[in-house]
Ligand binder design. Structure first.
Ligand code: GRF
Length: 227
């Protein structure tokens, strides 16, 4: 059972998706801490309503590393295994990222490495992309850059607006983030350079059963007997 922290700044719909999957027993984890850098974040309110240990550490006017050190103190005190960024609108310092190698996950609303940074859906529309999607990846010191855990494609439709495209991507975000966290919490991966290799699920062992299986999005995996 892994101990997970959630960092968020806003609505928190991805946090809810993770929370639901964990509470339903689909991921061998518990949420040990939720941190928001914004007091008004709806995600923080939700965390409190669910009874999670929840903290607001306001970031306004605090330099990046000092803020990150405040967070790290709480994360370490809570003995956290993995940190999930869920709409956390602040770039992490190199210092923070170095404290937690391959232990920070992020979700980004594009198929990285395309359209890194803010307004990824708008970038995809402006570029004229026919396909975009979402990516869950480990965080390294470069923005939206670390090893990819799971991706899912989403077609860009004629007549799409930034809002309609964002809404369609979000549906898949809520599926791939729990899927990625499950892989990580079950220790079913290894990383070779940039490549993250997923080990097959042991069917009938542990908390999962065959009916829990969610196919990994995005095609075949070389070591997956199901493909
Ligand atoms: C999501 O689109 C996520 O991909 C991006 O920020 C947004 C957060 O949404 N990193 P929510 O707060 O999880 O609803």
């Amino acid at each position: 059972m892994k101990n997970v922290a959630i960092l968020l700044s806003g609505r928190g719909s991805n946090f809810r998706a993770l929370s639901d999957a964990i509470e339903q027993g689909r991921i061998p984890a518990r949420i040990g801490l939720v941190i928001s850098n914004r007091p008004e974040a709806p995600g923080l309110e939700y965390a409190r309503s669910r009874g999670y240990k929840s903290l607001c550490i306001p970031s306004a006017g605090v330099d990046r590393e000092s803020f990150d050190r405040l967070m790290a103190r709480e994360i370490d005190a809570a003995a956290i295994d993995y940190i999930c960024l869920a709409g956390f609108m602040r770039i992490l310092s190199s210092w923070f990222v170095q404290q937690y190698p391959l232990r920070i996950l992020n979700i980004h609303p594009s198929l990285l490495p395309a359209f890194a940074g803010v307004h990824a859906q708008r970038q995809a529309l402006l570029w004229g992309a026919k396909v975009t999607g979402c990516t869950v990846h480990f965080v390294d010191e470069e923005l939206d850059h670390g090893p990819i855990i799971v991706q899912h494609p989403v077609p860009v439709l004629e007549g799409d607006t930034e809002e309609s495209l964002s809404d369609r991507i979000l549906v898949h975000e809520h599926q791939v983030y729990p899927e990625a966290l499950k892989i990580v919490c079950e220790d079913r991966f290894r990383v070779e350079g940039r490549r993250l290799i997923i080990k097959p699920e042991e069917i009938g062992v542990g908390p999962t059963s065959k009916s829990d299986l969610v196919p990994i999005a995005g095609g075949s995996r070389e070591d997956d007997p199901r493909t």
